[in-house]
Ligand binder design. Structure first.
Ligand SMILES: O=C(O)C(=O)C[C@]1(C(=O)O)C=C[C@@H](O)C=C1
Length: 354
């Protein structure tokens, strides 16, 4: 067999030499881009440009490699090139090993410094103060609903949303050995226990369940105690050296969490963007309808409308609205300038590629 493989592997080696050369050529050009940006004091990370590169890859892909796999590879290539310009710091809701951390690496690639923060407030503060270049915060979970603290902080922050990431939340049951023989307790965050309730009732109805501060904390406990099993995501199993007993045990197979990337710079238009708005109207009949009328007039499609009770002031609700398009597109500008006159509170949270 080795004889048959040898010539094929020689060809792979040869191609790898070429790829290596091309990657380093690409990296040197990125370094030049970095020098130009430094001179002009321009932002190093450009979500709009990275989105464009990823779209081009899909458009030009002749196969047999799949689009999603190539995009993963390209995210890492750009992450590595970007880190030669500047290694960016990304704050997120810690501890390490959570789905938030997974979202950070999925979006920015591995060549960054991830900064775990104890609360969502701290994530915003780190990005506002410049301790971090960006923050990654959960906005909404498809089974648990909106993350209220994030929505409240988005209202107050000077930061803008520069991108959005959606992560499929897949829970694994894990122990030190990959077996359940000695396990007395299954630990996880209360939300994870809730999301896996049906599966746990069916498979381990007699093992005690214990809610802890995070799934990563459960994984850390399981790594130190063979009587503990943890429910957590892939990142936690890697970080704490655990073996998977059973993968993807969540009751809802399409359990997703959306995260916002918040930063101090606005994202440029790419031609395929979304804008997030925060609005409020007086509590009068037909006010919400009137608020949205300009969107219809200019043919702007709304992809999300979520209401939150206001805590102060003379109105009762504020609305998180996502629309298709970038604030710098003419039709969006027109629609928003009319919409502004019909509301008591108006804030553009950010425009970013979809
Ligand atoms: O085009 C740029 O502005 C670059 O800095 C290059 C590059 C890349 O590797 O393609 C790297 C970082 C930016 O976020 C966008 C793209």
């Amino acid at each position: 067999m080795e004889k048959l493989l040898k010539p094929l592997r020689d060809r792979i080696d040869e191609i790898d030499t070429q790829i290596l050369d091309l990657l380093n050529r690409r990296a040197r050009v990125a370094q030049e881009v970095g020098h130009v940006k430094n001179k002009l004091d321009a932002p190093i990370f450009r979500p709009d440009r990275e989105a464009q590169v990823l779209r081009q890859i899909v458009e030009r892909n002749p196969g047999p490699l799949g689009n999603a796999e190539l995009q993963t590879i390209y995210k890492e290539i750009m992450s590595a090139c970007r880190s030669l310009e500047k290694r960016i710091i990304v704050a997120y809701l810690g501890p390490a090993g959570t789905f938030s951390e997974q979202a950070v690496y999925r979006y920015f690639g591995m060549a960054i410094d991830a900064l775990p923060c104890p609360t969502i407030d701290e994530v915003f503060r780190a990005a506002e103060a410049g301790t971090a270049d960006f923050g990654v915060v959960p906005i909404e979970n498809s089974t648990e609903g909106a993350i209220n603290r994030t929505l409240d902080l988005l209202m107050q922050t000077p930061l803008t949303i520069s991108s959005e990431i959606s992560i499929l939340i897949q829970h694994n049951l894990m122990t030190r050995t990959g077996k359940m023989e000695n396990v007395q307790t299954i630990c996880a965050h209360s939300q994870a226990l809730a999301q896996c309730q049906g599966w746990l009732n069916q498979h381990f109805p007699n093992i005690m369940r214990h809610a802890v501060s995070s799934n990563a904390e459960a994984a850390r406990m399981a790594s130190e105690d063979s009587q503990v099993a943890a429910i957590a995501g892939e990142m936690a199993s890697k970080r704490y050296g655990l073996q998977v007993v059973s993968a993807h045990i969540q009751d809802e197979s399409q359990n997703r969490t959306r995260f916002a990337v918040v930063g101090r710079k606005e994202t440029e238009p790419t031609g395929k963007d979304q804008t997030s708005l925060l609005l409020s109207v007086q509590n009068k009949a037909g006010a919400v309808y009137k608020m949205l009328e300009p969107l219809e007039k200019y043919g702007v499609s709304m992809t999300r409308l979520e209401s939150r009770p206001a805590k102060t002031g003379n109105w009762e609700y504020y609305f998180f609205v996502d629309i298709d398009g970038h604030v710098r597109e003419e039709k969006i500008e027109k629609a928003l300038s009319e919409l502004k006159d019909r509301v008591v509170y108006f804030k553009v949270l950010g425009s970013y590629p979809i």
